[in-house]
Design a protein around this ligand. Sequence first.
Ligand SMILES: [Zn+2]
Length: 184
Amino acid sequence: MIKGSFKLSLLAKRKIEFEKRSVSFLIGLFIGLILFFTPGSVEAWKPNTHVYLSLLCRQDALDDGRLIIYEMDYESRQILRDAQGRLVEIGRYEVDPFILRAIREYPEHLKAGAVGTDLLPDLVTAQTIVHPDNSSLGKIISDQWLTLIWKEARKSYSPQAIAFAAGYLAHGAGDLFGHTFINH
Ligand SMILES: [Zn+2]
């Protein structure tokens, strides 16, 4: 009797394991199909690169409250240097003190935001509506969405929300550059 019920529970366990694996497989397939068929949304960078880039910006902002953007030489993949050998700057940009405080205190929220652009409000919407070039629809949905995220974060006066939105926009800025650079 005990042996029988043990066998039964083992069978039930295996069935659950199998079902779990099938569900994971179907989810994986679904995500793969979305990414494959989404026009123009071929990922320029993986999520961890977006996180890395947002942390680089954070570091640059925190050391003196400013972001410095340098001019690149795309052939050599190096930052351009002038005749005296100094790095050529495009500009230095003061960072809003509230944003500075938010990204200093909440790096985890910044990182979550940098990944969130690929996944929020949900994977399908992110990949089929937010990411692709949707200018043919007559509205710039990506811009509207990014603006909404930023405005809502500012309205909330929450440093966590600001840090999250900063990461979210950093991903957007990275994609604007990265996708354009790779696709053209
Ligand atoms: Zn992306």
